[in-house]
Structures are given as C-alpha cells and as structure tokens.
Design a protein around this ligand. Structure first.
Ligand SMILES: NC(=O)C1=CN([C@@H]2O[C@H](COP(=O)(O)OP(=O)(O)OC[C@H]3O[C@@H](n4cnc5c(N)ncnc54)[C@H](O)[C@@H]3O)[C@@H](O)[C@H]2O)[C@@H](O)CC1
Ligand SMILES: Nc1ncnc2c1ncn2[C@@H]1O[C@H](COP(=O)(O)OP(=O)(O)OP(=O)(O)O)[C@@H](O)[C@H]1O
Ligand SMILES: [Mg+2]
Length: 298
C-alpha cells in the first residue's frame, strides 16, 4: 500500500506562483436531476477541494438552481434535458480535462440518450472519463459505449458491479473471487480500469489488481461514492499529465484510482473520529484538505 501511495504522491502537481487558473484541472460532472442534487454537488465540490481550479456541473434544468444555491464555487449548466444537450456540453469539452459521468443522473431515457452523446463526444476528443452511479447503469445497457476506451475508469458499488458483470460477462460473478471478478470485468471491457468499492476497494486495469484497505469507518452514509468519483476526476487528469515515468511503469489511471480510494476512506476515518454515528458526507468533505496532507504531503 505504502508503495502505491508513493506513486500517488509523484503525480501531484506542485503548487506554484507561476501557474494560471485552470492549469491544475478543469473538471466536469455530468449528473443531477429533479430527484438527485446532492450527488453531483458532492462530486464537483470534492474535485475543487482536492485541488482542481474549476469545477463544472452539467445537469437537468430542475436541478441547476438547487446546485447553484448549495455553492457559489461551482459552474452549473442546466442543459442535460435540453434537445441540444450534446451540442451545449460539447462547446465546453475543449476546456475540460476530465469528466465524471453519473452522480445523481437518474435513469430517465431522454437524459441517458443525451449523456450517451456527451460520452461519445468526449471519447472522440480523448477526454478521460470517470463513470459512476447511473452512468454505470447506462454502460450496463450499452457496454460498447466504453469498450476498449483506455481513458475510462468505472467506480461501481456492490450492486452496480454485479449488474455490470452480469451484462458484460453474461453470468453471475463469483462472490468468493472478487479479485478475479474485477480482473475479468476489466479485461472483458478491453482493459478499462474498474474500481469495485466495498469493505476493501479492489482495482484493476485487466493486468494488475490493487487492493485499497486504508482505514475508514463503519459509517456508510450516502454520498461517499460521489466524493470518490469527484476526487478521481482530478487525480486522473494529474496522473495522465504526469505520465508513466512518474508512476514507475504502473498504469496512471490505476494509481489515480488508488489515490481517490485512499483519500475517501481517510476522510471517512477522520470525520468519524469527530462525529461518530452522525457523520455525513459533508463532514467528510470538510476533511479533504487534512486527509490529503496526511496521505500525500508527508
Ligand atoms: N444526496 C444525493 O443526491 C445522493 C444521490 N445518490 C444517487 O442515487 C442514485 C442511485 O444510486 P444507488 O447507489 O442507490 O444505486 P442503486 O439504485 O443501484 O442501488 C444500490 C443499492 O445497493 C445497495 N448496496 C450498496 N452496497 C452494498 C453492499 N456492499 N451489499 C449489498 N447491497 C449494497 C444500496 O443499499 C442500494 O440500495 C445515483 O444517481 C446516485 O448518484 C447517491 O450518490 C447518494 C447520495
Ligand atoms: N464496508 C466498508 N468498509 C469500509 N469502507 C467502505 C465499505 N463499503 C464502502 N466503503 C467505502 O465507501 C466509499 C463509497 O463506497 P460505497 O460502496 O458506499 O459507494 P456508493 O454506494 O456509490 O456511494 P454513494 O452513496 O455516494 O452512491 C468508498 O471509498 C469505499 O471504499
Ligand atoms: Mg454511488
């Protein structure tokens, strides 16, 4: 674990007075609908707290005023339910370093069709994508959407993993062999990086399998996965920018994913120390700065 943490440290860009706004990351979160406004907020604010300079949310129009009201720090585009959603989002793609697709997206068919278009446009531009939550629902319906796209990272929880596994490998996963299951799913998707979240997070790019067992807590409030996917958006950008020399030959995306898992669990640990059973994801987000320093700036 310590060795991989060192690789994460290697990809973190130094803070410098010569940099301009945007250089350390412009991240887009695609998600947010009438029902779910918290998830895209958690993901987008986590990206900022980890160190991105700008964080955008592309959401359905009903969610936009709500998300804007949570935070003046996010740039919110109420476009996802518009007939010109793909075109509207595409205008921003050249300015984004990574996309996080799915937190709070919901499963409305029209919205998912638009997100499919945004994903295709992102792939065409070679933009790295983290796919989480209902973005994984879309991928389970159409695995071809990300098949073989080496700049994709999937972050399924238990349920999302088994749904994806069933869809892609056409059979139930072996619950006694989680390493093998994660490895096989990644391979079947053409070496897309897969992060199976759980008591221990299991990560694979189809070649290597890593396990993150950073101490967290027993508190399982909703939104922790959104913190993870938002953080990962930034770390993926940093890792790809740093390149394989900095990751000692390991896959940059795997190193980034290990970093995001460690950070989320450390935030959970620290928040739980202070708040115990009343810990919520907002308490975890308040710990991002200290957790980041503890893990990566030692
Ligand atoms: N405040 C918010 O707006 C939040 C919205 N959320 C959104 O809610 C939507 C649905 O997400 P869900 O995660 O509920 O997805 P699903 O609707 O696929 O449900 C996952 C289910 O699996 C269960 N589960 C999780 N880990 C498990 C384990 N280890 N063993 C057995 N069961 C397990 C959960 O209790 C949940 O019922 C997504 O759009 C998501 O982003 C969540 O991110 C939570 C916070
Ligand atoms: N049993 C556990 N013990 C310790 N950490 C866990 C456990 N289960 C999940 N986690 C951690 O919690 C974080 C979120 O994982 P979880 O499975 O709750 O995601 P999720 O269901 O997508 O969350 P969200 O509510 O944001 O959608 C991950 O960092 C994971 O490592
Ligand atoms: Mg989730």
């Amino acid at each position: 674990m310590e060795n991989t943490l060192q690789l994460v440290r290697n990809i973190i860009p130094p803070l410098s007075s010569t940099k301009h706004k945007g250089q350390d990351g412009r991240i887009g979160v695609v998600g947010g609908c009438q029902e779910y406004t918290g998830a895209p907020y958690f993901a987008a604010i986590s990206a900022l707290k980890v160190g991105a300079d700008l964080s955008h949310v592309f959401c359905a129009s009903a969610a936009a005023p709500v998300i804007k009201a949570y935070s003046p720090e996010l740039i919110v585009h109420p476009v996802l339910d518009s007939p010109s959603a793909v075109h509207e989002a595409e205008k921003w793609l050249p300015r984004l370093h990574a996309l996080v697709v799915g937190p709070g997206l919901g499963r409305d068919d029209a919205l998912l069709r638009n997100v499919q278009g945004i994903l295709e446009a992102s792939k065409a531009r070679d933009i790295p994508v983290v796919i989480d939550a209902d973005g994984l629902w879309l991928v389970a319906q159409q695995p071809a959407l990300i098949q073989g796209y080496r700049k994709a990272v999937l972050t399924p929880n238990h349920m999302e993993f088994s749904r994806l596994y069933d869809a892609v490998l056409r059979g139930p996963m072996d619950s006694n062999d989680s390493h093998g299951s994660v490895l096989r799913l990644s391979q079947a998707l053409g070496n897309v990086t897969v992060v199976q979240k759980g008591e221990r997070d299991i990560l694979s790019n189809g070649q290597q399998v890593l396990v993150c067992s950073q101490e967290g807590s027993s508190r399982r409030c909703g939104g922790q996965g959104d913190l993870l996917s938002g953080s990962l958006g930034v770390l993926v950008h940093w890792a790809l920018l740093a390149g394989p020399e900095k990751t000692n030959g390991s896959s940059p995306l795997l190193v980034a994913a290990f970093g995001a898992c460690s950070l989320t669990r450390q935030c959970n640990h620290q928040a739980f120390q202070k708040h115990g059973r009343s810990t919520t994801t907002s308490d975890m987000i308040a710990e991002v700065g200290a957790a980041f320093s503890k893990l990566f700036e030692t």
